[in-house]
Design a protein around this ligand. Structure first.
Ligand code: MSP
Length: 660
């Protein structure tokens, strides 16, 4: 059996600070990595940052920094955040690293030599948020990008293209026959998409528009399209093409993403791999969105929750538990502070924490904190073991299917039953009767179960599990299934975190652990209760303060908001009066693509005066119909009591030149 497991997260754009959506994917990957390590797999867990592209260049510019300065800073913030959230990745990849550039250029040259790319002129709706041309189907009814709720910009450019259509039949067939995409409704979505011809993929960006990217090795005037560069990180991370072990990991590659980036991962990437002669990855795991209200949590919508603030208030394990417990993998889930608090108080403090506290303090008071020997087992003791084991088994089945919420619910049935068992068997009554042997047997049974809960929950609650396992003195004595010195990829700092070397799921069903005579150490309450009223009041106070500040301040917009307005120079090619509308002129402009603009300036300008003039337009204003004519933008003009004047550049500029 192949005992390798390669798991990746998307590499995150550095134009946004890490938020709860990023944290969710990364926590899922971390939990899976830990789970597989405990099953004896050699795990390689890759995460990192996507640092090229237009969005990043703009974000750097907005802060007055060079792109390099900017990406270094934000990549560090991502690393620090993952460290604080206990993310145990094996390698952090950055697309601006030399190692990655070499891989991208190698792949580009290989595909170019194979004749996969061709030069062509293209025009269409370009979304700067997605960094790609969108098809009409990807626009909502208002003509906006469905994900970014922003109007795309109409662009016309000469670029290199990759003929995806050539591979559509192969991909359709492959995905229909192999269960590569999970959950299966995303596979259906991709198969549906593959029913229609695939537009060619534009793999370059002219340097005249964007220089922050990896140069095409066969044409110095272009850089690589950010997605083409980014997807290859999954190969760079494991040492493609030079390190011999990359193929072993690749054969077991699992990519974790949210549905926003399904198309690049399920269509572009497999086709890139096929063209390169590399087998398609093993699995693509796709999850839904964390929502705030009904909207996706995202930087562009300005509704993000900081995972660090949350974990500072509630604890890292608590946040990890909530995220894994409250989202059904594949579907959207709404973030809610009261639900988070409820999970902490009900599941962690009441059910689990309380079971641990009362059992361990009872052991300390009555058995000097030492594990007593077994007495005879009653049918109730056996029933308890069966219930615990069945919960553990269900957990082990559901977890690798990514049904974390079900896995945890199953395990919690066992935890809740342990509380019922201790109440029913009442060891305190046995102690009062002087029957220490019976009380000891009940306690031992529960403590062994607690050991199994802690071990099983290590992928979800790594900190409290380690605290608990060390209190139970289980950690140092556990022989490991995992060899301790694996360094298959020399460039990776550590493939196996040291703590995991002592842990293995094989101890889950061992009722003799901890052994009789083991001294149990004290550990404080694992999950303190949260004062819901206090937290929610504080939250309301902060919100009210923010609102008051907003009201007091003049209504500023941020530089990012301003940059979303696409102001451009446009040359008037033609102008005429609109029949039946005294105030309207119809202009045909070049910016540089041809557009029609309907403007209310007929009272101030004769059409002939305007022909040949350069004006400034808002190019990404949603197209609107005026007197039956579609206006694709708005011209800028100043107006006062003396009339109206259109804004013109002080010197002649190329049509399409950006204004800002
Ligand atoms: N850089 C690309 C990915 C390239 S991978 C070769 C990118 N970056 S991103 O910063 O926008 O990250 C997108 C990913 O962040 C999602 O696929 C998901 O993993 C995570 N999430 C971002 N917002 C999210 C939610 N609101 N909810 C859940 N996950 C979210 O796309």
């Amino acid at each position: 059996m192949d005992r390798r497991f390669y798991i990746t997260t998307p590499i995150y754009y550095v134009n946004s600070l890490p938020h709860l959506g990023h944290a969710y994917t990364t926590i899922v990957a971390d939990a899976l990595a830990r789970f597989c390590r405990l099953q004896g797999y050699e795990v390689f867990f890759l995460t990192g940052t996507d640092e090229h592209g237009d969005k990043i260049a703009k974000a750097a510019e907005a802060q007055g920094k060079t792109p390099k300065q900017f990406v270094d800073e934000i990549a560090n913030i991502f690393k620090e955040t993952w460290d604080k959230l206990g993310i145990n990745y094996s390698y952090f990849i950055r697309t601006t690293s030399d190692k990655h550039k070499r891989v991208v250029q190698h792949v580009l040259q290989t595909l170019f030599d194979k004749g996969e790319f061709y030069l062509d002129e293209y025009e269409g709706n370009y979304c700067f948020g997605c960094e790609r041309f969108l098809t009409l189907k990807e626009l909502d009814e208002k003509g906006l990008c469905k994900d970014h709720k922003a109007s795309p910009v109409y662009l016309k450019e000469k670029n290199y293209f990759f003929n995806l259509e050539k591979y559509r039949g192969w991909l359709k067939d492959y995905l229909a026959k192999n269960e590569v995409i999970y959950p299966s409704f995303y596979r259906e979505e991709v198969l549906n998409l593959l029913e229609e011809p695939l537009p060619p993929l534009c793999i370059s960006r002219p340097k005249t528009r964007l220089s922050w990217g990896i140069e095409l090795p066969f044409d110095k005037d272009y850089v690589t399209y950010v997605w083409f560069d980014a997807l290859l990180n999954y190969l760079t991370g494991i040492g493609y093409p030079d390190e011999p072990s990359w193929q072993d990991y690749w054969a077991n590659s699992h990519h974790l993403i949210a549905k926003d980036i399904l198309r690049p991962h399920a269509v572009y990437f497999p086709i890139m791999l096929k063209a390169l002669g590399i087998p398609i990855y093993k699995k693509l795991f796709v999850h839904g969105y964390w929502l705030m209200g009904s909207l996706k949590m995202s930087k562009s919508l300005g509704n993000i929750v900081s995972p660090l603030e949350l974990s500072q208030t509630f604890g890292v394990d608590q946040v990890r538990y909530y995220l894994l417990r409250d989202m059904a993998f594949g579907y959207d889930a709404e973030f809610s502070l009261p639900n988070l608090i409820n999970r902490i108080n009900a599941d962690l403090a009441n059910d689990y924490g309380n079971l641990v506290n009362r059992t361990l303090s009872f052991l300390e008071r009555n058995f000097e904190g030492t594990i007593p020997p077994w007495g005879e087992l009653t049918p109730e003791d056996r029933e308890f073991r069966e219930k615990v084991e069945s919960g553990l088994k269900r957990y082990l089945e559901e977890f690798p299917r990514l049904n974390f919420h079900t896995a945890l619910e199953e395990l919690w049935q066992s935890i809740r039953f342990a509380n019922v068992y201790i109440d029913r068997e009442a060891p305190w009554t046995r102690v009062k009767e002087g029957n220490y042997q019976r009380a000891g047997t009940i306690l031992r049974n529960i403590i062994s179960a607690i050991k199994s809960f802690a071990l099983a929950l290590y992928p979800v609650l790594p900190n409290s599990s380690l605290t608990l396992l060390s209190a139970l003195s289980v950690l140092p004595n556990t022989p490991s299934l995992i060899p301790s010195s694996i360094s298959l990829i020399p460039s990776s700092p550590s493939v196996i975190p040291s703590e995991a070397r002592n842990l293995s799921f094989k101890d889950l069903f061992n009722w003799d652990l901890p052994e009789p005579g083991t001294k149990i150490k004290r550990c404080g309450p694992l999950f303190p209760r949260v004062d819901e009223e206090k937290i929610l009041k504080e939250e309301q106070r902060v919100e009210a303060k923010k609102e008051a500040e907003v009201k007091e301040e003049p209504q500023y917009i941020t530089i990012e908001e301003f940059r979303r307005i696409d102001l451009r120079v446009a040359k008037v090619l033609f102008a005429e009066k609109v029949a039946g509308a005294d105030r309207l002129l119809r202009l045909e402009v070049s910016c540089p693509e041809k557009r029609q603009i309907v403007a209310g300036i007929a009272e101030y300008y004769e059409p002939q005066e305007l022909i040949g003039k350069e004006i400034i337009i808002v190019a990404n204003l949603k197209p609107a119909k005026i007197k039956g004519l579609v206006s694709e933008g708005m011209l800028l003009a100043a107006k006062d009591a003396n009339g109206l004047a259109i804004i013109i550049p002080e010197k002649e500029k190329e049509p399409g030149a950006k204004v800002g």
